[in-house]
Each structure stands twice: as structure tokens, then as C-alpha cells.
Ligand binder design. Sequence first.
Ligand code: PEP
Ligand code: MN
Length: 622
Amino acid sequence: MKLILEPTITDAQQTAISASLATDGCIINRITDADRQVIGITATRVKRNVEDYADLDGVETAVPISSAYKLVSREFKTQDTLVKAKEITVGGDRIAIIAGPCSVESLDQAMTIAKKVKKYGAILFQGGAYKPRSSPYSFQGLEKEGLKILAQVREETGLGVVTEMTSTTQAELMEKYVDVVQIGARNMQNFELLKCAGKMSKPVLLKRGLAATIQEWLMSAEYIAAGGNTNIILCERGIRTFEPYTRNTLDLSAIPILKKLTHLPIVIDPSHATGIREKVAPMARAAVAAGADALMIEVHNNPDNGLSDGAESLSPEQFGNLTRDIYVIAPVVGKQLDFDYLKKKELIPAAHTQNAAACAITGEPGTYSHKACLSYFGNDVAPVAMMSFKEVFTAVKNNTASYGIVPVENSLSGSVHENYDLLQTHNLKIIGEITIRIKHALITHPKTDVSSIKTILAPAHAIAQCQNYLVQMTTTEILPVRTGVSAVNQAKELDPSVAAIGPALAAEIFDMTVAHESIEDNPMNYTRFAVIAREFTGHKKADKTFIIFSTGNRPGALLEVMQVFSDHHINLVKLESRPVAGKPWEYLFYAELEADLDDRGSNPVMDALAKRVETLKVLGRY
Ligand code: PEP
Ligand code: MN
């Protein structure tokens, strides 16, 4: 049963509810879901009717939960759970990569691998210290010594560490040395171990049993949640089938099934699933395409001589190639692999400090600007909605927001010139960029025939990106609005002849219907967002530099500038000219280069450029 509390509930009512529930001998779990306070009630001794709970003062509704698992079910909590381990989040828009050897073999081995996997995008390091091996004669792990090595890895690299707990007697050591406690496939139904994990303060990575159904797996997760620990990550690692070509059979269909049944994040372990090195990368790529929140990959610096599971371990270089692929695949399904994940922590003051960072965006929850903010910073930076791009720049300039995120370019409709101009006039810096795939949907009132639509509300950029679709709607009036989400919100308030173009998520938010999905002219529709700040503080090496310059009005002036890039083997990614406001027929050039050009010290490229241009400014390093 879950009780959704009234938004105006008083402390006295809260206390009275707790007291009343205590008389039934039930276990109470309090959560916030979709901005509502919710109480979950499990294991009650006294059974009451739903109406009796709904009648409690301060309770808005009481909802029975039909599945056997309660706290881990989507029925109980509709929003995805983001599991925090150290300063890392598993779940949400950023794919978490967990990598490392099957077993910690020595400090040198663990540290060597950890540094490599970190370089290639891992944010959590895995290494077994207590190994559940099929043969008593196989390497059993370094035990406590292994945990100490993991703690050293964590200290030196900043990676979070994950290791398996095989007995309740190890719980205290786990609390001391690691960030995530793994319960292995063989122990998925070791109920004493699950109860013990339920009492721990660390997140738990629960692997699926060798022959466990999804229902059994979720019931095991429920044991942990019922003990009070709801920081659970589910790990699919292959199940036993009749197929001998792989060690196990990776059940990728578990991903969409679990996404419906539970709010917990899902990690895929293609290493134990396949047992064969060459099969790991294809399955990892497929897992991300299928919606996995995280990957768990065995990596060894000397895979053929690993003390356990060498045959399925990737070399660090193979792992690096895989993460490059994941980097490309993830945005297609609305996620990101962030190679700067750990570095970004420097940009984000701890959430509990007074001046927790805010990021100004245009658009409410559900817009792509909002998504860009979550994808870039994770959930530690609060997005603050502004009414216009100009307001975003002003907020950053005036220090009311630490950062801002604005679209600068779309792969179908081109540059967002307004934002390049605002960047220049506000003298702010681009400190990062993020690319998001944009999908537009035609969203109508429920049960409305598209042929009866007379008006479509849509933001200007969506109109530009859906031209082929819109030209056939000859009798429909198209009205521009600010964002796709506000288009849906406004359409909802109007009569059913009004539809909207917006992200499918907005249909969910406002109980509207997606009539046509993906109506953009081309599915390769990506928008690049720039992350802006006042200064480059906390910023180290950059991959790209964005400069703005003007040249004299003489033949070959631009060619001379290009020559500097050519001489220094610098790839020019983008070059655009923009008129200078108030000075007809005078232009500034905006250039994006694949190089790190810092104008704060002396730099041969900048020195050479300075001799050939009239004005020059570095506006972005990212
Ligand atoms: C492991 O992580 O090395 C391991 C033993 O995994 P599983 O429990 O999935 O077999
Ligand atoms: Mn292993």
C-alpha cells in the first residue's frame, strides 16, 4: 500500500499518521516521488481496508500495490531512482561505466588497470577480494588485503570502488573500504546476506541469479529495500540456458521489462554473460542501445594471465575502443557517456553547501535544454528556468546562476545566431558542450483524430526541423511558441482542435497523446548546447577552442589567418561570419578549432594570429 500525502500536511498530522500505522505493526518507508510525499507500508500485522488508510488526516489517497515486490516496484515509485555512490550517480542521463579486473591480484595490478580504465571513461572500479569460485582450488581472492588495495585505488584515482561481499561477516570491512557492495549471482537468494545488505549504508549492486526469474530477482531486491536500504542497482549478467557457445545467455530483454516493473537502475555485465572476450563489446553496445543505465566490464592489463576470468577480460585498449563506441551510441537513445564525469565534480560545489550551483536554461522540465543540463552536470546542479536566451546570459553575467546552457547549433537547421551574438556581447565563456538528439512528436488531446487538427503550436526551431512533415498540413495554422513543453501545456488548455509539436515526454507530463512520433525531417537531428560561465576557472586541458576575430578589409586577409591554422596542423571545425551590430557591412568571424588555445599566457598560435587579425578573443575552451 502507498499513501500519497496532502501537499499541505502538518507536522501534527504526520505524527498522528506514524502513530496510527505503528499500531498495525507495519514497516514504514517515506519517499518523495514526483514532488509528492509518499509513505509505503509493508509487512502489516493488522489488515485495514484501503478506505481506512485514505481516511487518515493528511492522506490524499491510498493506493494498493498489486505486485509481490512493493518498495522496488514502479507502482510504488514512478520516478527513476538515482543511486549515489561516492559522488557518482548510477541512473539518469549519464551512463555509468564500471570496469576493472575480476579479482584484485596485487596493488600494482589494480592501480595499473584503474588508471587505464579511468582514462577511458570508467567512473567506478570493480575488483573482487572475496571470490566465489566453482572450484575450491581456484584463486579465492586476497580478502581483507584486497579491500585495502581497493581503498588505495579509490584514494589515488578518485574512482568509486565496487566489490563482492560473500558473507555477512565481511559487512563491517565493506563499510570501511568500499563504495558499492556487490551481491553475486550465486548469492542472489542468500537471504541472510540480503537482509544484512539491507541494513548497510552503502549502495548494493545485486546480480541476477544463474537461473533466477525476473520476479525472483526483484523479490531479492525487495529484501534489501525492506531492510531500509533502497540504494539498489540491478545487474543482469546472463542466465543459464541450453546454449553452449557462450558461458551464459545475456537477457537483454530484461532491460525494457525491468524499466516497466521497477524504478531501480540497471547495469549490464556482458563479461560474465558471454564469457568470451570478443563477444563483450557487441553485447555492451547492444545493452546501451536497449536502455541500460550502466555497464560493468572486466578489464585486465594481462588478460590471458588473469587469476580469474581472463578469457572474458578486455585489454585496456579494447575497453577504450568500446567506450568510444558507447560515446557515439548513447545520444541516439537519449543518454551520454561523459569522459569528463569525474573532472566535473570540481565545477559543482557539494549539494549541501549554501551556494549549490545553479544552471540557467530556457525551458521547463521536459525540454531539451533541461535534458542538456541534466546530461552535462547530472542531478547536482539545479536547472533554473528563464524566459529567453538573453535572460540566461544575464543570469550568468550577474552571478545569479553559476552556469548557463543554450543551444548553439542544430544539425538540420544550423546555427542559433542569437546565442553566438549574446556570447560576444556579454563577454562570457563557453566551458563545455553537449550534444543531444532531438526528436519531435505531434501531440494531441487524447482520442483526437489528426485530420481534425486546425492549429499546431510549436517552437520556431521545431517548425524549422519538421518542414517536410508540416508542408502536407496545408489547412493547419502553425503558431510559434517558446518551447516544445510549453506548446503541449498550452494546447492542453485549449480545445482538441489544437495540437502541439514537442518532446514525447511532454505528452506524458500533461496527459496528452503522441499522435505521430519522430516527425523531424531527418532522424539525424542533433542539437549542440554550449555551457557558459563567467570564467574558465577549474578548467584544465581542452579539446576545442572557440575564437572570435576580425580582419582588415583587404584581399587575402582571411587566407592569412587560415594559413596559421594550417602551419600548426590545427583542424578548423567551424567558421562563420556575423555582421557587427551598428556597423553595416563589417563582420566578425567565429571559428571553432580542434586545439587548446589559451590566451592568458604566451602561445605561438595566438601570437601568430595576433599579427594577422585586428581583434581576437577566446570565447570558449572545452
Ligand atoms: C564476478 O563479478 O567476478 C562474479 C563472480 O560475477 P557473478 O556473480 O555474476 O558470477
Ligand atoms: Mn569475474
